[in-house]
Structures are given as C-alpha cells and as structure tokens.
Write a protein that binds this ligand. Sequence first.
Ligand SMILES: NC(=O)c1ccc[n+]([C@@H]2O[C@H](COP(=O)([O-])OP(=O)(O)OC[C@H]3O[C@@H](n4cnc5c(N)ncnc54)[C@H](OP(=O)(O)O)[C@@H]3O)[C@@H](O)[C@H]2O)c1
Length: 322
Amino acid sequence: MRAIIHTRYGPPDVVSLQQINKPVPKDNEVLIKVYATTVNRTDCGFRSAQYFVSRFFSGLLKPKHQTLGNEFAGTIEATGKEVTLFTPGDKVFGFNDKKFGAHAEYMTIAEDDAITTIPGHLSFKEAAPITEGSHYALCNIRAAKVKEGQHVLVYGATGAIGSAAVQILKHFGARITAVCNTKNVTLVKSLGADEVIDYTENDYTQTDEEYDFVFDAVGKTSFGKCKPVLKKNGIYISTELGKRTENIFLALVTPLFGGKRVLFPLPTINKADVNFLKMLVETGQFTPVTDRTYPLEQIIEAYHYVESGQKTGNVIIEVVSE
Ligand SMILES: NC(=O)c1ccc[n+]([C@@H]2O[C@H](COP(=O)([O-])OP(=O)(O)OC[C@H]3O[C@@H](n4cnc5c(N)ncnc54)[C@H](OP(=O)(O)O)[C@@H]3O)[C@@H](O)[C@H]2O)c1
C-alpha cells in the first residue's frame, strides 16, 4: 500500500511516499481503508519533535510511529475475530493518537478506541476533521467547567481548536467573545460568537469586560496579559506551553492561592467523546471548518502550509478520491 513514512525527526521533507505492507488487524482491531485524513498540529509536533518533551511519547531518539496521521475517515475493510462493533463496509471516522497511521491507504485501530460510524450525510473529507481540534477544545472547556451564561473569551478563534471551541461553547450555553483577524470576522460570527474582536484593530485587553474563562486556542497570549480581564475566580488556559514554558509551572502554582488561575489539562479522547462530537455534527451544532485539500502525494506542501500558522480550521488530505 502507499504510505507516508518518516524515520527521523525534522522539517516537512523528512517524510516521503513509500510502498509498504498493508497492516494486519489484531483480534480486537479493525482494518480501515482510509479515504481522507488531515495534517494537523499534532502531526507537526510528532514529526518535528520541536519540543523535546514530546519525545517521551513519540520516541526518544527516533520516531516510534513512522506513519503519522491521527484523524481518519474511511471504510472497514476487515475485522479481527473478536470484533463485534463493526462489520466490513461500515463508514467510520475517529482519532488514533496511540498508533497514528492514517497517512496511508490502510490503518488499524482497536474497536474500543476513538472510532465510530460516520453520520449519514457526510462525505469522508467532511468526516475526517471532526476530532482533532474539537477534542482539544472539549477537554479544555470541560476542565474550565464552563456553565450556561458564563462569558468566555476565545483568542484565536480560527484555528482547528479555536473554531471548534466557539461551536462547542455555544452548545454549553456560554456567551462568547472571539478574537480573530479582519478576514475571518464573518466566519467567526457564523460559528456562533456573540461578539468578535478584530485583533488588527482592537486590543482585547482594553475593555471593561471581565471573563469567567479566557481560552487562548493558538498560544499567542499569556496569563500575565489576560489576568486583568479575568473575573475574580477566572480561569486561563492556553494550548501552548508559553514563551518561557511558564504555563505548566503556573498551572501547578496558581491554584494553590485561590482566585485567578491557570489550568493545563492533558488532552484525552475516547469513544464516548467521538460519539458526543458525532451528535453535535448530526444536530448541526458543530461543523469542522475546512481550508485546503491536498492529495496524499503532496503531503509535504500540506505540512508547510499547516506550519505557516495561517490555516483556517483544518487541512484535509485526500488519500483515495470518493
Ligand atoms: N504540540 C502539539 O501536539 C499540539 C497539538 C495541537 C495543537 N497544538 C497547538 O495549538 C495551537 C492551535 O492549533 P490549531 O491547529 O488549532 O491552529 P493553528 O494552525 O495554530 O492556527 C491557525 C490560526 O491562528 C490564527 N492566528 C495566527 N496568529 C494569530 C495571532 N497572533 N492572534 C490570533 N490568531 C492568530 C490564524 O488566523 P489569522 O490569520 O486570522 O490570525 C489562523 O487561522 C497551536 O499553537 C498548536 O501548536 C499543539
């Protein structure tokens, strides 16, 4: 089968298209024919190992997973002998950050993992980007215990995480102020933001508003900068470690003193989460924002674009045309 392989950490051109053997599902696994996947910031982090700490998950000296790709949409091709939840031909989507492997024509995943059936009306390209940004958003929203009527600032509402966060916060009944660039104001309003601040024209900290939760979905702010706009017991979460890797330290220390605090929840995803996201999609409450689509052969270009930090929502990889 065709697969994207990398045997060392580095820039986008460490990956190449190769022919390798099709994987064989274990007794508890399904074999999926992948039609669509994504290149996202998780793939970039595992490919580059830019943050040394990520090597504790991806392999200390060289990549443990030679084929990346965590989001997938495709059909069940075969099942292991213990599988009861899926049958060949089922259309499925999900997230696999245990083994990755979706940047290939076939991949395997345990039937109990983060995989479910595709909502009837969706194409593979529409289903592939449902899980990555959204599950990071969901973990952070749950950690902040957002309640109906709370006021939340989403900084960077146009990335995969931010655009999902606005829609999921709406589901939880929050009042949302979103920060983005001029070109994306209309898009962010359409996602459900109650107010939009164009960061090229206005400083989101120059306001009388106070927020229950500031969620920096692109890691460009700091707790210090956001503290003045947080309510007394307000919560700050960033998707990045911070300029001086301070967010982990602040997450350990600030809760000890009460008042305004930083959280740094570790993201997780399971089948119930994927089914929750599926329900949001089916009920029209969540539609992943998509940007460009590349064929599998052009994955290096896709990596460069994703790493430009300018994608809007998600970048799709078409593995097999529908
Ligand atoms: N290490 C990991 O495994 C991992 C995994 C997932 C995510 N993350 C982190 O999570 C963050 C978000 O990832 P993502 O995929 O959702 O999105 P992303 O690709 O980082 O975000 C792209 C968006 O960010 C906006 N943006 C860029 N600079 C901005 C600024 N100064 N202020 C406000 N918005 C800005 C851009 O819109 P405009 O052009 O409108 O500004 C663009 O739409 C990233 O920092 C990523 O590294 C890390």
